[in-house]
Ligand binder design. Structure first.
Ligand code: SF4
Ligand code: SF4
Length: 214
C-alpha cells in the first residue's frame, strides 16, 4: 500500500525485473534476499511501524519499501541520486576487501585501458577483452583480484584502479540509451546494506508524508 503512493505498480515490477536480471549475471538471487533481510532488521529499529499502525502501515509495507529502495534511484522522485548518497558516506565502507576478493569480472572500459597502461605498463598481459560486452575489457585474473594485497587489505594500483572499483557498490548500467548507477545488491557489503537502508528511510518518510496528506 505505501509503495503504491510512490511508484506506479507496473513501473516498479519492470524496474525490479531488470535489477534482478542484472544481479543474476554476477550474484545469486539469494544474495538479494539476504540483503533485504539485513536492511529489514535495521529499518524496523529506525522506523517504528507501531506509530503508524492506525494508518494501516504493516511489516509488509516495510518489505515493499526496501524492494523499491533496491531498484529506484531517488532522483526519480526529487531525492538524491545513488551516487550523491554514496559520495556523502564513504564511512559506510568498512574496508572488508570483499569487493576485491569476490567480484568477477572486474570491468575496464575501453577508454580506461590506455590510461591504466600509461601508469602500469606491466599490466599489458593482465587485461583481456570481455566476451559479452565489446566496449569492455577485464582483468585476466580475479576472485581474488591479482592486485589486491591481502596482507594489508589494499589495492596495489589504487591511484589508477578502474572506475568500476572506485564506484563500488554502485554499478553503471545502460537502460533506454542512458547510463544509470544502480546498487550492487550484495548482502555482505556493508556499504551496499547501509545505502539501501538510507534510501529505504527516505522512501518510508516520503510515503508516510503522502499518506498523511491524502
Ligand atoms: S565496498 Fe563493500 S565489499 Fe568493498 S570493502 Fe567496502 S564494505 Fe567491503
Ligand atoms: S584493481 Fe584494486 S580496487 Fe580494483 S578489484 Fe583489484 S584490488 Fe580491488
Amino acid at each position: 500500500m505505501l509503495r503504491d503512493l510512490l511508484i506506479d505498480k507496473e513501473l516498479f515490477w519492470e524496474l525490479r525485473q531488470k535489477a534482478l536480471e542484472s544481479e543474476k549475471i554476477e550474484n545469486s538471487l539469494e544474495d538479494v534476499e539476504l540483503l533485504e533481510k539485513a536492511v529489514f532488521k535495521r529499518l524496523k529499529k529506525k522506523r517504528s511501524i507501531k506509530k503508524y499502525k492506525k494508518l494501516g502501515v504493516s511489516k509488509g509495507d516495510l518489505n515493499e519499501i526496501i524492494e523499491l529502495a533496491d531498484v529506484l534511484s531517488l532522483d526519480a522522485i526529487g531525492g538524491p541520486s545513488n551516487m550523491e548518497i554514496a559520495d556523502n558516506h564513504p564511512e559506510w565502507c568498512n574496508n572488508c576487501g570483499r569487493c576485491c576478493k569476490e567480484s568477477s569480472p572486474i570491468f575496464i572500459h575501453k577508454d580506461e585501458v590506455n590510461i591504466l597502461l600509461t601508469f602500469n605498463s606491466d599490466l599489458k598481459d593482465e587485461i583481456i577483452p570481455n566476451v559479452l560486452y565489446p566496449e569492455h575489457y577485464q582483468f585476466k585474473e580475479d576472485k581474488p583480484c591479482k592486485f589486491h594485497n591481502s596482507d594489508v587489505n589494499k589495492c596495489k594500483i589504487y591511484d589508477s584502479r578502474p572506475q568500476v572499483c572506485g564506484n563500488y557498490p554502485l554499478m553503471l548500467v545502460e537502460r533506454n540509451g542512458k547510463g544509470h548507477n544502480i546498487v550492487n545488491l550484495r548482502y555482505n557489503c556493508n556499504y551496499a546494506v547501509l545505502l539501501v537502508l538510507e534510501k529505504s528511510m527516505i522512501l518510508f518518510d516520503e510515503a508516510i508524508k503522502r499518506l498523511k496528506d491524502k
